[in-house]
Design a protein around this ligand. Structure first.
Ligand code: THU
Length: 160
């Protein structure tokens, strides 16, 4: 038996002010989107904003439902909205924020969102940056959705 280890790199950013203008603006858009989240069941509001290579910004927030599984996460609302309008334009960056007062860990996309982010990353054949809000003013930057989902299921497996 051989033990193997999977690791990935990420950057810790102490404050949004350390980011370039595009990311600061995405962060502000994500914050605004978060305020409009429909989260009456969890009270956990999430906002997402993404920048496409054509310069357009799309936002999303979580949409909950009395039938819980019918709701959708902020990231997927944003990404499906962008891709339904611009199926062939690549994503450059994505910012995810939450209203939770004292986020200890980064706001981390759920497994289904990781799967969806990775689908589009594979499709565009180019990684995109993901910024996750963390404690205080801080952010974590992950340079590819691939880092968030090792051993992912992907379309290659369907063609085996
Ligand atoms: N949620 C998101 O919108 N994105 C995430 O990355 C994690 C969780 C939402 C789903 C649900 O409305 C609420 O947060 C609590 O799970």
């Amino acid at each position: 038996m051989t033990k193997k280890k999977v690791s990935f790199e990420y950057e810790e950013i102490t404050s949004i002010e350390a980011c370039d203008e595009n990311i600061q603006s995405l962060y502000n858009e994500a914050q605004k989107a978060k305020e409009k989240a429909y989260a009456p069941y969890s009270n956990f509001k999430v906002g997402a904003a993404l920048l496409l290579e054509n310069g357009e910004v799309f936002t999303g927030n979580n949409q909950e439902n009395a039938a819980y599984p019918s709701g959708l996460c902020a990231e997927r609302v944003a990404i499906f909205s962008a891709k339904s309008k611009y199926p062939d334009v690549a994503i450059k960056s994505l910012v995810i924020v939450t209203s939770a007062k004292n986020v200890q860990a980064p706001v981390s996309p759920c497994g289904s969102c990781r799967q969806v982010l990775l689908e589009y990353e594979f499709a565009q054949k180019k990684p995109f940056d993901i910024y996750l809000q963390t404690k205080g003013q801080g952010l974590i930057k992950v340079a590819s959705a691939n880092h968030l989902l090792p051993f992912s299921f992907n379309s290659d497996m369907l063609n085996g």
